[in-house]
Every structure is written in C-alpha cells, then in structure tokens.
Design a protein around this ligand. Structure first.
Ligand SMILES: C[S@@+](CC[C@H](N)C(=O)[O-])C[C@H]1O[C@@H](n2cnc3c(N)ncnc32)[C@H](O)[C@@H]1O
Length: 390
C-alpha cells in the first residue's frame, strides 16, 4: 500500500519507541516538514474548511475598531504593533489593515501589522524569512511593511522571536490547532491514549500518562469525570502564554477560537472529547484517515487559557461570544451600510448572508473571544466586551 511520507514518519516513530503520544501524532500530521497538513497546504487550507477571516472582511473591520480603542488606552503611541499569529493566508491581516486605513490618519499611521505563521500561506517574498532580533524593536517598524499591503509577513513558530511589543497580539483559530494529549478514565484513574500499530494498522492503546501535567490539569479544574470518559488536554497553552508574556511589553492579547469554559468543555455533553478532523469541508472524528491531508482540531479550554495567562502576568479583562463581541463593535451599523453600497441585489444578498454567518449562534457566532492585558492602567472596559455573556 502506498503511504504518505507523513504516515511513514509516524510509523517510523512508533517502530522506534513502540508507541507515541497522540500529541506527537497530531504534531506530525499537521506540521511535519515532510508534508504535514499545514506545512504542505495542498490546494490551500480553504479547500478544507472556512474561518471567520475568510468569510467576510467586516470581521477585520470590526476588530480594527477594537484596536483603535486599545491604541487610545495605550496613550496613542506613534508605533502600535499588531502581531497576528497563525495568520494563515493573511485574509484577516488584509481586512484589518484596509479598515485601519479608513480610520483617523494618526491611528492608521501608527499601526505596524505583522502577520506571522509557522508555514505562511502567502507567496514567498524577500520578507518571508525575516527574523526578529528582538533587542531594539527596529525589526518591526512601519518601514518594514510591504507598502502595497501594509503588512509585514514573518515566518515563525509562535512568538519566540518577538520582544518589546507595545500593542496587541491577536490570533484567530490558532489554539485549537495546538497538539493535544488525549486521555480516558479507566478503573477510576486517568490513562493516556497512545498511538501504536497492530497488525499493520494504526491503533490506540491506554497506559500511564506520559506527563504528570495531564492529571494535574484535570485535578486543578476540579472535574469529576465518569468511567469511560474521554477527552483532550492542551498542554501547549502553558508555553504559549509564557511566550505571550515575554513578547508583550505593554498591551493586549485577543484570542478568538471555538471552545468553552472547562466546566462546559469537560461535561457530559462531550463524553468522547471534542476532537474533530476536516477534509474538503467534510467533518469526521477519525484522525487516522487522510493522514497529512486533513486538519485535526480540538475545542479550546478557555479556563485553562485564562489561568495560564494569570500565572504569566496576563490579566483577563474580557470573555464573550463572538456574536456579542462583533455586535458591541458595531456589527449592525456595518450591516445597514451594506444597503448603501453600489452593488447588484444578488451580490448584496450574498454579502449579507456571509456577514450573518459571523454572528449566527450555530456558526461563528458561538466562538469565544478572550481579552487579556499586561501593563498598569489597561484593566478597563474594552468596547467589544460590554454586556459579556459567554
Ligand atoms: C486554522 S488556521 C487559521 C488561519 C487564520 N488565522 C484564519 O483565521 O483563517 C491555523 C493557522 O495557525 C498556524 N499555526 C499553528 N501553530 C502555529 C504556531 N505555533 N506558530 C505560528 N503559526 C501556527 C497554521 O500554520 C495555520 O496557518
């Protein structure tokens, strides 16, 4: 049977150690340089799934309104960094920068937008491999931006290369792609799900957890999980929040993703976990098919994200539904303005439908938005988080 290079890599890892954690399996499937889903980006990720960023530019235009308030709260600095991590094909970056150009010129000129991704989905350019010295801050400056797009594109994993950011670090649908450990409750104890082979087939086996942090996380959340319960633990968020804190000198973090507070996530609604896979807009729960050719994702545990933030000096100042966030930022006025635009009735209707997807509770409207801050005097009401009700 012809196997993909990624599947062969996974089998080689298993042969070496007898088994691998699910997190290692997911890491390889998504990010292996020899053809992981995000490394290869065959046919572009939008052939497999959509995101709010790809749905309608009003998503970015509304986030621009929130960024403008953040710039004011920071005292209107002449350079306001916006670092978007996991920027994908750059759709959100472009719609935010375009919208900022229509806002007051002093704000528009201050914006210094960096779209960062592990494996960017945009064409190669000389800026593509731009590193970040991190010492003086001059590697990120308005002069470094591509003049046409107004965006500086950086290939990087996480935020390790960034320092002294004054502004906002932003991500949409990043954390749900961090590799997760899977667990099951067996005999009243937490066991970890490992991936191995049996009779030539990839299969799962339960054993003692590979890290004490898995059980510690579940214990710290005070969960009473019944026998047979299966779920996932995202340990990567600890390192991620530490990176956020080191990169951010003063400012905000906005995280947008699907997920829930821990009590809802690890509830009887989800007794088999929340891991799902996307291949060509088809959803499945089988990560062992289409290896390297499908996305693997998991709902975000926002309680653990907030707590990790608190441990690293990031104070939670807002947590709400995406529908509420966008409504607070003026969604309905953008919807009204659509009527004034010079376009055919059919295009207008298509545009309206796409916009509504962003706030529909059965679609992106149920996503969550988390705001965290670092720096004195910033713990104030943000426009997008008034009347918070997640
Ligand atoms: C689901 S896509 C979201 C793309 C985009 N944010 C959007 O809204 O359309 C996740 C993106 O995060 C990137 N990514 C995942 N882990 C990353 C990391 N540690 N550092 C940088 N980028 C990462 C992937 O390469 C991918 O482009």
């Amino acid at each position: 049977m012809l196997r993909s290079a990624v599947e062969q890599e996974i089998r080689d890892l298993i042969r070496k150690d007898g088994r691998i954690t699910f997190a290692q399996f997911m890491q390889t499937c998504l990010y292996s340089p020899s053809g992981g889903f995000y490394s290869a980006r065959d046919n572009g990720i939008n052939t497999h799934f959509g995101t709010s960023s790809m749905t309608h530019p009003v998503f970015g235009a509304l986030i621009a309104q929130q960024l403008k308030q953040m710039w004011r709260l920071l005292g209107e600095p002449p350079v306001f960094h916006v670092i978007e991590v996991g920027a994908g094909d750059g759709a959100l970056a472009q719609s935010i920068v375009d919208a900022c150009r229509r806002l007051p010129p002093r704000f528009a000129q201050a914006i210094c937008y960096v779209a960062a991704d592990y494996e960017p989905g945009w064409p190669q350019s000389p800026d593509h491999a731009l590193g970040w010295a991190g010492e003086t801050g001059d590697r990120i400056s308005p002069g470094r931006q591509d003049p046409a797009s107004g965006i500086q594109r950086v290939k990087t994993e996480g935020l390790q290369a960034f320092r002294k950011i004054v502004g906002c670090i932003l991500c949409n649908e990043l954390i749900d792609n961090f590799p997760v450990h899977r667990f099951a409750i067996k005999g009243g104890r937490v066991k970890e799900v490992f991936v191995t082979t049996e009779g030539g087939k990839l299969t799962e086996v339960l054993d003692e957890p590979s890290s004490h942090r898995i059980e510690e996380r579940l214990t710290s959340l005070g969960l009473a999980l019944p026998e047979g319960y299966r779920g996932e633990v995202n340990l990567g968020i600890e390192d991620w929040t530490s990176q956020l804190s080191s990169a951010l000198d003063r400012g905000f973090v906005i995280t947008i993703d699907y997920g829930q507070l821990a009590t809802d996530l690890y509830s009887l609604q989800n007794t088999q976990g929340t891991l799902v896979c996307f291949n060509r807009h088809t959803i499945s729960s089988d990560p062992y098919e289409h290896i390297g050719h499908q996305d693997i994702t998991c709902q975000v545990d926002f309680t653990s994200l907030m707590r990790a933030g608190e441990r690293h000096g990031l104070v939670t100042v807002g947590y709400t539904l995406q529908s509420q966030f966008l409504t607070n930022l003026g969604f309905s006025s953008f919807l009204d303005a659509l009527q004034e635009q010079d376009m055919s009735a059919a295009r207008m209707e298509l545009s309206r439908i796409a916009m509504m997807t962003l706030v529909n509770p059965d679609e992106y409207g149920d996503f969550k938005v988390l705001a965290q801050v670092k720096g004195n005097g910033l713990e104030t009401d943000l426009l997008g988080f008034q009347d918070q009700e997640p």
